[in-house]
Design a protein around this ligand. Structure first.
Ligand code: HEC
Length: 174
């Protein structure tokens, strides 16, 4: 009988403990629900506020970004050398002779083209020729393109003079 009573009290304790757990669970659940409800109410508003402030930040940053870009263009906007443009825009095809491009430094491939003269090569480079895209698909200025053509042709056996910068050419013409 003593054993049975012990067991009963153990049950009662277990029951009590379970009830405690339930209370704790209920209050945790309540807190979570409250938090979810608060987020749901405040969420869209604060998201809109975030979007708004992101826009503000973007608008405030934009002039700075423009200034930085212009400064970079003014400071680092020196015309590229023939070698620089070649590396950036021409080597993709001319480096390995892709698409039938005359390969860089290959005198045999360049010989007959060089004979057509600088102006003809420059015309092809400017307008494009067959698989060769206009300006090699780059945004090169005429001066930069001329430098790259001369750089590449000279490495292929030509001895074209280095093109003059537009300002120098203009003042030379006066
Ligand atoms: C997408 C590949 C490609 C790129 C990039 C490219 N070329 Fe070419 N290039 C060619 C091909 C192909 C030819 C041969 C065209 C032909 O004669 O049919 C060629 C030919 C040339 C010729 C000889 C034209 C002639 O009349 O014989 C010159 C000069 C030239 N490229 C300059 C350049 C310069 C300068 C650049 C970079 C600014 C450049 N290419 C970038 C593919 C390319």
């Amino acid at each position: 009988m003593r054993d049975v009573r012990l067991t009963a009290s153990a049950h009662r304790q277990a029951g009590f403990a379970l009830t405690n757990t339930q209370v704790v669970l209920a209050s945790v659940a309540g807190t979570v629900l409250l938090a979810v409800a608060l987020i749901a109410i405040g969420g869209p508003g604060s998201r809109r506020a975030n979007a708004q402030s992101e826009q503000d930040v973007a608008m405030r940053l934009q002039p700075v970004g423009t200034v930085v870009v212009k400064a970079a263009a003014a400071g680092g906007g020196e015309p590229r050398t023939g070698e620089q443009l070649y590396q950036a825009a021409c080597n993709a095809c001319h480096g390995a002779g892709t698409l039938g491009a005359p390969k860089f430094g290959d005198a045999a491939a360049w010989g007959s083209r060089i004979k057509t003269g600088y102006d003809a090569l420059m015309a092809s480079a400017t307008k494009g020729k067959n698989s060769m895209p206009a300006r090699g698909g780059s945004d090169a200025s005429d001066f930069e393109l001329a430098r790259a053509v001369v750089y590449m042709a000279n490495k292929g056996g030509a001895s074209f003079p280095e093109p003059k910068a537009p300002a120098a050419a203009a003042s030379a013409a006066q």
